[in-house]
Design a protein around this ligand. Sequence first.
Ligand code: UDP
Length: 322
Amino acid sequence: MDNRSVLIAGGAGFLGSHLCKHYLDRGARVICVDNLSSGRMRNIEHLLDITTFRFVLHDITDPLDLGERIDFIINMAAPASPPRYQADPIATFDTIVIGSENLLKLARKAGARILQASTSEVYGDPEIIPQTEEYCGKVQTMGPRACYDESKRAAETLFYDFHHSLGVDIRVARIFNTYGPNMDPEDGRVVSNFIVQALSGRGLTVYGDGHQTRSFCYVDDMITGLTALMHSKVDIFDPVNLGNPGEFSILELAKIVLEETQSNSTIEFRDLPKDDPEFRRPDISKAQRLLDWSPEVPLREGLRQTIIYFAAELGRNAQPTE
Ligand code: UDP
């Protein structure tokens, strides 16, 4: 990757910051573009002194032309947690749809390959388990999750159309739930909420009866998968699921977090949010076949690393126990 130039939109976010580090470690020049709406300087401040790293404060809903060579673009820019993306649904839609179009135009002009961080949310509340890339999803245009689900679907369509009509070299990863260091403690995701609650002695908030399932992928595995897709030997223009097929109910996750943190916190049941998907598990046979990729980090092991990270974050902010 020496001297190759990689633009990472959303580079100050959870996954984006890991991608910045991944490419810097491999000798690439990294341009991190972020408007810091959900990304955090804290995730990239240790990279700012590296001469091959550049941070650009920019909102991708505005066109972007940096006037320099760019070989690869990765679009990670979007608020990803339900409370965050629902807080300003129109901004969420604009960031994902208009932002994707602006980056696709940049990729076309620069002759760069561009990878879209799509999502398991394109499957909505799925009727089949596990979800294959061929499954069209059970989604709707209305409802609190639509601003994210439908805009991610529209963004995929833009990617395919820029490829078919204009020859842009695209990759589309459908990312399933991912966790690990650099998550925002206040993001509202289930893994960050449970660990922060357990470490600070507060009750773990299980929404609904906790029987809904998710499959949790550790961040290191996800970065390996994303970069394998970006640099695959064969061209893969169709979407590829990336995630860990290990499926856990939310109640199971709560119990595992309590064990791993050795916390005495209780479990508190809260109302299930509207349109909360009941099941989610990726079929990753396509990624296994085409990328020779499979996640390797078991849930408990990944959680241990994540607990160490959150414990340090809480210590830094000296948050009182409620
Ligand atoms: N969830 C929960 N307690 C929380 C946060 C989330 O029980 O404090 C549930 C949520 O209702 C969903 C699952 O955990 O069923 C995963 O939620 P998350 O927001 O992490 O991701 P997504 O719903 O987008 O998969």
